[in-house]
Write a protein that binds this ligand. Structure first.
Ligand code: ARG
Ligand code: GLU
Length: 694
């Protein structure tokens, strides 16, 4: 009752800003600190972000530019997700040392393994440079000047609000990062794709690294002389956990949101783009799953590919349901109607919406085709292999074989074949070409149909001819073929047709992350956002996520999943054990975890939950997060670490377009489970000894 009343009041008073929505720039956190403190935060704006003294931002890192991590000791110890460390762990693994399967624990500094290619970035400072740009300096000049300020500095000028403001971000980049610990995948990926984007959840999605620096504590390339980095600040860990309703804050690098797009763009996502991508991926996933079912070798070969296809696939399904449920397009259209009425007598804005609508109308079809190309022909692996074989052969002929000149490329190439099944790929190729004919406006594009006609007229005959003739179906046949045969491979022609260039079947439109990023549309958002701020001054504007550092805050919170079904915000080891099933790959936990549960001797990190002693495993909160927030620290009111963010619930993924505080939840692994696994499964108590535990 109280909640409904509050929601009602908020709808009346808070205009379009909801309680826990927002991804705020840490350098401007002063503007939010009053609200944060009213919700329970105990620290100051200076504690969150300060240039002059150590602050929380000094303990948050971008992991490789695609995830987030947090420093938890004065010796550069770093926590992130297992799925973020995954590529590095995989690269360090071999048949004899399969760290993905069995986990890895360095029992001393000397056992820590350099994760080549993995870097982390720590924000030195951010500042607005809108005026400097207006005065004639270029973004490149501003960034270059900032990079000269210190060793290993990297800088970038990033647009906010579609370029109405620009901010300079200066980072210190560390390239010597070493793997310290990882749980076995049966803990780190527990639940696999079955539980991905789901609640209740029991995934121990964490891994441990350490940042190394030169002896004078500066960024340096890998060297045995390097020493553990001494950070300005590290997070203390709270072993007390957080009750439902307690304040939480997330500090990390969210990748991409589209809060301000027009109803036209929402409709495109909801009715055209997502449904097409979901349908095509459902078909591909069904084929892959059937092949995996039939052959254990294919199961392993296609595990990572399945995960990569399934992850966005499930997210999009939730997004469509969420947008429908919220009526986002209708609400936006209504908002736009009111905006248009307001703009009618303002010459600079009066025709803005019409121009935007016209730009959408012109770009939607070619962009849809670009997305279709990306989901069909570009997924055919044989075409990629044929291209790689030819490039590799030509490099060898030129005297620079990949095996010597480009070992990374050679390794990737070998992996492509290790994980390849030509029979399955052939079925997938047929599937996506049928999909192309189904979704391409007007049916199969002419250029593609010509190829098919030459092969006898049916898609299946065309694909069979390709796979029967191509030397690239296996590494052995590719090695045996001469260069002329590799160059004459008919599948290379297919690759060309599915390029975005003029030879392709597209309409000359490059693929971009979103339709609204197409330049002919995007340019209008700058005046539109300026106008919105004048039209709707009560709205709490925050810039869309763009992989820059942000703060989100809210509370630990469950949600109403369905009528009569409330989802509590916490899961436990007991629930994990209840799911344990050695016959199901995704739910087969290590014996050591079963033994730990049977012993009931959990050690320091257990808690009394609903009257029984257990280990908390995952929890929910209502912070606004998105891709890139994986690995982000989840902090309590005192800025202590209580969890590591790693997912959202799938029905809440429309939050990238519209956030709903009633339903949108992020998922974190509870730090007490992380500590338990490090301590009792990994036997790496030395890592806990160097943390600051409260
Ligand atoms: N859904 C999470 C994210 O978007 C986790 C993905 C990795 N896990 C998986 N089972 N595929 O990154
Ligand atoms: N797993 C996602 C990531 O890698 C986070 C999930 C999401 O919120 O999109 O960043």
């Amino acid at each position: 009752m109280k909640r409904t009343l509050l929601t009602l009041l908020c709808t009346l008073l808070c205009a379009s800003s909801f309680a826990d929505e927002g991804m705020w720039l840490p350098g401007l956190i002063r503007e939010r600190i009053g609200d944060m403190r009213s919700k329970g935060f105990r620290l100051t704006a200076e504690d969150v972000y300060s240039v002059n003294r150590a602050s929380m931002k000094d303990a948050v890192v971008s992991v490789g530019g695609f995830c987030t991590g947090e420093i938890v000791s004065d010796r550069g110890l770093l926590l992130t997700n297992h799925h973020c460390g995954y590529p590095a762990i995989q690269r360090l693994s071999s048949v004899d040392h399969d760290y993905l399967t069995h986990g890895f624990w360095a029992l001393s500094d000397t056992e820590e393994l350099p994760a080549e290619g993995l870097f982390v970035r720590i924000l030195v400072r951010m500042e607005e440079v809108t005026d400097r740009l207006a005065a004639g300096e270029t973004a490149a000049e501003i960034a270059a000047a900032a990079e000269r300020e210190g060793t290993g500095y990297r800088a970038a000028v990033e647009p906010m609000y579609y370029g109405n403001q620009h901010f300079l971000f200066v980072y210190e980049q560390f390239d010597d990062v070493r793997l310290v610990g990882a749980p076995p995948s049966s803990i780190g990926k527990f639940g696999g794709d079955t539980d991905n984007w789901m609640w209740p959840r029991h995934t121990g999605d964490f891994s441990v690294f350490r940042i190394y620096a030169s002896p004078d504590n500066r960024p340096a390339a890998y060297s045995p002389e390097n020493v553990p980095y001494r950070p300005r600040r590290h997070f203390a860990v709270s072993a007390r956990g957080a009750e439902e309703g307690a304040f939480t804050m997330i500090y990390g690098f969210p990748g991409n949101t589209q809060q301000y797009i027009l109803s036209d763009a929402v409709e495109y996502v909801q009715h055209r783009s997502d449904p097409m991508k979901i349908d095509l991926r459902t078909q591909r996933l069904d084929l892959i799953a059937a092949a995996q079912e039939a052959d254990p070798a294919v199961r392993i070969k296609y595990a990572a590919k399945h995960a990569l296809i399934a992850n966005p696939w499930k997210k999009w399904q939730g997004e469509v349901i969420g947008l429908e449920r919220l009526g986002t397009a209708d609400r936006k259209r209504d908002y736009e109607r009111r905006f248009a009425a307001w703009a009618a007598d303002k010459p600079e804005y009066a025709h803005l919406l019409d121009s935007m609508r016209a730009a959408y109308a012109a770009a939607a079809e070619p962009f849809f085709i670009a997305e279709l190309i990306n989901e069909t022909g570009r997924t055919i692996e044989l075409a990629l292999l044929a291209e790689q074989n030819l490039l590799r052969r030509r490099a060898a002929a030129a005297g620079t074989p990949w095996s010597e000149a480009k070992p990374e490329l050679e390794k990737q190439y070998l992996k492509l074949y290790d994980d390849y099944d030509a029979a399955l790929d052939r079925r997938l190729a047929k599937c996506v070409l049928h999909g192309l004919a189904h979704y391409y406006p007007g049916g199969m594009p002419r250029k593609m149909q010509d190829e098919i006609d030459r092969a006898g007229g049916t898609i299946d005959a065309y694909v069979d001819a390709l796979y029967d003739r191509s030397p690239s179906v296996s590494r052995e046949t590719a090695e045996a073929a001469d260069t002329a045969a590799l160059a004459a491979d008919p599948v290379l022609r297919l690759r060309k047709l599915f390029s975005f260039g003029p030879e392709g079947i597209g309409r000359g439109m490059m693929l971009r992350r979103n339709l609204s990023d197409v330049p002919s549309i995007e340019r209008w958002y700058r005046p539109y956002l300026r106008a919105l701020r004048a039209f709707d001054p009560g709205r709490a504007f925050f810039p869309d996520a763009n992989s820059t550092l942000r703060v989100a805050y809210g509370s630990v919170r469950g949600y109403d999943y369905a009528d009569g079904e409330y989802h509590k915000p916490l899961t436990t080891l007991d629930g994990l054990i209840a799911k344990d099933n050695p016959a199901i790959y995704d739910y087969d936990i290590p014996q050591s975890l079963r033994d730990l549960h049977a012993s009931g001797d959990y050690g320091r990190w257990s808690a009394l939950i609903d009257g029984r002693r257990t280990v908390p495993v995952c929890f929910l909160a209502d912070n606004q997060t998105t891709g890139g927030n994986s690995g982000s620290p989840v902090l309590n009111a005192r800025g202590e670490l209580i969890g590591i963010n790693f997912d959202r619930t799938w029905r809440s993924t429309m939050s990238d377009i519209e956030f709903d505080p009633e339903l949108c939840r992020n998922i974190a692994v509870d730090i007490r489970y992380v500590l338990t696994v490090i301590d009792r499964i990994g036997g790496a108590g030395r890592l806990i000894d160097e943390m600051t535990i409260r």
